[in-house]
Design a protein around this ligand. Structure first.
Ligand code: CTP
Length: 214
C-alpha cells in the first residue's frame, strides 16, 4: 500500500549543474535528471505539493509539479532555500563541488599547451539545510560512488546531518547517470535497505515509501 503525501511540501533537486568558464564553455556532469524527476512525479501523484529545482536537463515537467529551472550550483542553492519551509528535501541533483573562481567576460583564446582553470568550492545545499533553522524534517541525499558505498554513505549521513543517503554504484551497466534503470542502497543511521535494480520510476516510489514510513 502506498501512503498518501497529501498536505506535505516536498522540495526535490534534479539534474546536473553547469558552472560557466566563459561565455561558451562550462564544467558539467553526466546527470540526466531522471531519478529526481521520477521522485518528483511520484510525490505529486501521492498528493504532495512538490517543488522541483532542475538543472539543465531535457525532461518534461511531471504533472502537478512546480518546476524552477536553474543552471549553476549557486542558483540551485538559492532556489532550494527560496522554496522553504518544506517537510522534506530530496537532493537528487549532481551539484558541482567546484566552480571556476571567475567567469571570463570574453571567450578564452588558446595559448600554451596546458590550461589551468582555478576553481573554488561551491556551497553544499544538503549540508547547509542540515544545519539550518528551517531544516526540513526529512533530508535525503544521494551519492554516486565507484566503491565503498557503505563507508562513504555513512560518512555523508553524519557530516551533512541528513536522514537518508541513497547510494548508487556508477560506472556499471544498468545503473547510474544515463540509465533508465538504477539500483540504490539506502542508508539511515541505524539501518540500510537495497532497492532495485528497477526502473527509476519504480524506485522513486519505493524510496518515498522508505522515507515517509513513519
Ligand atoms: N550536494 C549538495 N550541494 C553540493 C554538492 C552536493 O547538496 N554543493 C548534494 C547532492 O545533491 C547529493 C549529495 O550532496 O545529494 C552528494 O554528496 P557529495 O558529497 O557531493 O558526493 P560526492 O561528490 O560523491 O562526494 P565526494 O566528493 O566526497 O566523493
Amino acid at each position: 500500500m502506498t501512503a498518501t503525501l497529501a498536505g506535505l511540501r516536498i522540495v526535490v533537486s534534479a539534474g546536473p549543474t553547469y558552472e560557466d568558464i566563459d561565455p561558451v564553455r562550462f564544467l558539467g556532469n553526466r546527470s540526466s535528471g531522471r531519478m529526481g524527476f521520477a521522485v518528483a512525479a511520484a510525490a505529486a501523484r501521492r498528493g504532495a505539493d512538490v517543488v522541483l529545482v532542475a538543472g539543465p536537463v531535457h525532461l518534461e515537467t511531471p504533472p502537478g509539479v512546480q518546476r524552477v529551472d536553474v543552471r549553476s550550483a549557486a542558483q540551485m542553492h538559492a532556489a532550494v532555500f527560496a522554496a522553504l519551509p518544506a517537510d522534506a528535501y530530496i537532493g537528487a541533483a549532481a551539484v558541482a563541488d567546484y566552480t571556476p573562481r571567475a567567469v571570463a567576460a570574453d571567450k578564452l583564446k588558446k595559448r600554451g599547451d596546458t590550461l589551468v582553470v582555478e576553481c573554488v568550492r561551491t556551497a553544499d545545499i544538503l549540508a547547509d539545510l542540515g544545519a539550518h533553522a528551517l531544516r526540513p524534517r526529512r533530508l535525503v541525499g544521494f551519492a554516486a560512488e565507484t566503491g565503498d558505498l557503505a563507508g562513504y554513505a555513512r560518512d555523508k549521513l553524519v557530516r551533512k546531518r541528513v536522514d537518508f543517503i541513497a547510494a548508487n554504484r556508477v560506472g556499471q551497466p544498468g545503473s547510474g547517470f544515463e540509465s533508465e534503470d538504477n539500483a540504490l542502497t539506502v542508508y539511515w543511521p541505524d539501518g540500510e535497505c537495497s532497492l532495485g535494480p528497477a526502473a527509476k520510476t519504480l524506485l522513486a516510489g519505493q524510496l518515498l515509501d522508505l522515507v515517509f514510513a513513519n
